[in-house]
Design a protein around this ligand. Structure first.
Ligand SMILES: *[C@@H]1O[C@H](CO)[C@@H](O)[C@H](O)[C@H]1NC(C)=O
Ligand SMILES: *[C@@H]1O[C@H](CO)[C@@H](O)[C@H](O)[C@H]1NC(C)=O
Ligand SMILES: *[C@@H]1O[C@H](CO)[C@@H](O)[C@H](O)[C@H]1NC(C)=O
Length: 303
């Protein structure tokens, strides 16, 4: 009799410990959920975001998370004092803005900000995430429209080819800033999910870039992600010139040495081409519209 009682209470005790454990894990994982960093735009956009947040790995607390190394800064980061006119770093998601922010912080020792509150970025390398005024070098935004533009006096528009940007955003939404989408995600709903994703993202890519190109009235500096990759040093210099910060030669050299950083996805080839011929045709059309606008409105630095 006594034995059964002890066993009963042991089971109850273990159950309680188990439930508390699950609760703690759930709270921790909720706390760690990043801002999606995509507020305006269409409802299609947010539908994708909420879909991509579904629990792919079963319980929310058990999503495997890669441990990210700490950033090794060339110097301690500080705020700009006194504050200066606010510069936008406008880009479509997946165009390399985190990497450019990283390079700018390394090269100048100043923080960069954002109109979002990405918890993961704030904790690791971008403590001024969510600061959106002239006390930071540039302010990241993926937004468009009059309200998104009105607080900025200058803008850097970072443009990446739509196919690459869309795929990077697809990876980010399911794998985070450095992870990847699993190959079978492209086949979800018999490929419809990916197809809708490409179509709606391409519309967003065009609208966002065209809006900043045509409707932002302040000085605008257009750079291409591909150019930032192939000639990092030169492109970074043009950006620093444009935002008019003095460049310390030592810091700049250090930034170039550490240009890789920790926020770049390593290349990982899929063993199939996710873009159909139809997708490629519309991507090409969209890209041409934006490039035509770039060359007619602003003169970007030589490619
Ligand atoms: C900039 O924004 C941050 C955070 O919102 C705030 O603490 C700071 O006082 C602001 N600085 C200026 C100069 O407005
Ligand atoms: C920006 O300008 C374009 C072309 O002039 C116009 O069609 C579009 O509606 C404008 N967009 C916004 C959000 O103001
Ligand atoms: C623009 O700046 C003002 C004053 O700092 C702020 O109240 C407002 O929310 C900002 N607007 C946007 C769209 O960020």
């Amino acid at each position: 009799m006594l034995f059964r009682r002890v066993r009963f209470w042991t089971v109850i005790f273990l159950l309680i410990v188990y439930v508390i454990g699950i609760l703690i894990l759930t709270v921790l994982s909720l706390h760690d959920t990043r801002g999606t960093g995509y507020k305006s735009g269409s409802s299609v956009q947010s539908r994708f975001i909420s879909k991509s947040k579904s629990f792919e790995y079963g319980l929310p607390g058990f999503k495997p998370r890669l441990r990210r190394p700490k950033v090794n800064w060339c110097t301690d980061l500080k705020y700009i004092h006194p504050p200066r006119p606010t510069v936008a770093l406008a880009s479509f998601p997946g165009s390399g803005n985190t990497w450019l922010r990283y390079l700018l912080q390394q090269a100048t020792g100043y923080h960069t900000g954002s109109v979002y509150k990405d918890y993961g970025l704030r904790k690791n390398g971008f403590p001024a995430e969510s600061v959106a005024n002239g006390s930071v070098l540039v302010v990241k935004t993926h937004e468009w429209g009059p309200r998104a533009r009105c607080n900025f006096s200058k803008a850097i528009l970072l443009v990446r080819t739509p196919a690459a940007a869309i795929q990077a955003e697809f990876n980010r939404q399911s794998g985070g800033h450095v992870g990847f989408a699993a190959p079978d995600r492209y086949k979800r709903l018999r490929g419809r999910y990916w197809q809708d994703f490409v179509a709606s993202q391409l519309r967003g890519w065009q609208t966002m870039n065209l809006d900043w190109l045509y409707n932002f009235t302040g000085p605008t500096h257009v750079i291409f992600y591909e150019q930032l990759v192939s000639s990092t040093e030169h492109t970074l210099r043009t950006v620093l010139d444009f935002i008019d910060v003095p460049v310390d030669a030592k810091l700049f050299e250090c930034a170039i040495q550490r240009k890789q950083g920790i926020y770049r996805r390593q290349k990982r080839a899929l063993n199939f081409d996710p873009f159909t011929e139809g997708m490629k045709a519309s991507l090409k059309r969209g890209e041409k519209r934006v490039l035509d606008a770039i060359y007619s409105v602003a003169a970007p630095t030589a490619r």
